[in-house]
Design a binder for this molecule. Structure first.
Ligand SMILES: [Zn+2]
Length: 110
């Protein structure tokens, strides 16, 4: 394997910082919605609830992404980076370039 691990580590950490920043900036949106009952009708109340649900789903995806990034960083430290966690074969280089946190080869991910 000829991965530039220092560069990959840097990419992963930058990505992690982005996800953390995005999560930080949207934290306020997940606070319970204070609704003005005199002004807000049933439909906009539903809109608000839907927006809140979407925001929570987005936050969950960010949590998953953070775990993937941390796991990839651990694999770099453990010397396992670039190998499929399922079959142990080297992961395709193009696949890693596309998603440096990927833990499976194309065959196993399909
Ligand atoms: Zn595999």
């Amino acid at each position: 394997m000829s991965h530039d691990l220092a560069k990959i580590r840097k990419t992963l950490k930058a990505h992690k910082a982005d996800v953390l920043a995005a999560r930080e900036s949207s934290a306020g949106e997940r606070a319970p919605q204070e609704l003005d009952q005199t002004r807000v009708g049933r439909l906009s109340r539903m809109d608000a609830l839907q927006a809140q649900a979407m925001s929570e789903a987005l936050d969950q995806r960010r949590g998953v992404e953070l775990r993937r990034i941390d796991a990839a960083l651990e694999r770099i430290d453990g010397g396992e980076y670039g190998f499929c966690m399922t079959c142990g074969d080297p992961i395709e280089l193009k696949r890693l370039e596309l998603d440096p946190a990927t833990a499976q080869c194309a065959g196993c991910a399909a």
